[in-house]
Design a protein around this ligand. Sequence first.
Ligand SMILES: C[S@@+](CC[C@H](N)C(=O)[O-])C[C@H]1O[C@@H](n2cnc3c(N)ncnc32)[C@H](O)[C@@H]1O
Length: 278
Amino acid sequence: MNYHDIKLKLASEGVETADLEARILLEDIARIAKSEFFFARDKVLSEDISKRINDIIDRRVQGESLWRILGYRDFWKSRFYLSPDTLEPRPDTETLIEEVLHDHHSPKRILDLGTGTGCILLSLLQEFPDATGVAVDKAQGACVAATENAKRLGLENRATILNGSWFDPIPEGQKFDLIVSNPPYIPSQEIRNLQIEVKNHDPILALDGGEDGLLPYKYLCSNLKRYLEADGIVVLEFGVGQAFDITRIVEEAGATLIRVTNDLGGVPRVIKFRYGDN
Ligand SMILES: C[S@@+](CC[C@H](N)C(=O)[O-])C[C@H]1O[C@@H](n2cnc3c(N)ncnc32)[C@H](O)[C@@H]1O
């Protein structure tokens, strides 16, 4: 088996990103560095490596994503380890990080609500070396994964991971100058129509945004102000087609819209706002 066989096998099973995934398998399982890849494409892999790759392909074609099988996903500048309780970080969420960096605002205290692997908070702490942060998740397993990721990235002294629902675990009186969140936003009825990779392997708690997919935003927007410094900023990710409703929810909560930003695919994806005239 070589790279061409892996790619062909994945493609023939309907995997759209067969080329990319074949390269990742070579890098991850056969330990062929990206820089050596060009010359190693025709190299015949050992029996042991071929078997491991075949086993992964078998799982892959059953509908597990490659990242779920490998147990990690790269996001922004780092690698985040997954657990069954964490969503796989998505490239769209990097738009949220870009939006935070956009105005050269330098937050000192960051709150990330629904942290999953910790990818948002930990990436922001890497960008802002003077900042500390708190991350909350209702899933205990996500908190364990986020804590582990914080340690691996050497950020455990600046990140506090708390288990509980939204603001519940935050000690009274704590305020933040940046609050971020990528809450669950899929309408409950639409979950069954999602790709198998998502509906069978991403945790339901990370997906289900209630009847209209907007429930977490309504709750968060009406409570955020209590936890935000007077000059604080909020940046939230939302789903495809939700820009109008989210903007309405933000404005009805008395906040001032700063901007809605598109992701790399040109789809409105992130909203930035503040409260009052600060
Ligand atoms: C869409 S996922 C985002 C995960 C991660 N921030 C990311 O961008 O990859 C939403 C996260 O919110 C968490 N969550 C859902 N309901 C919650 C609640 N009531 N309180 C706290 N976290 C919650 C889920 O467990 C999940 O980790």
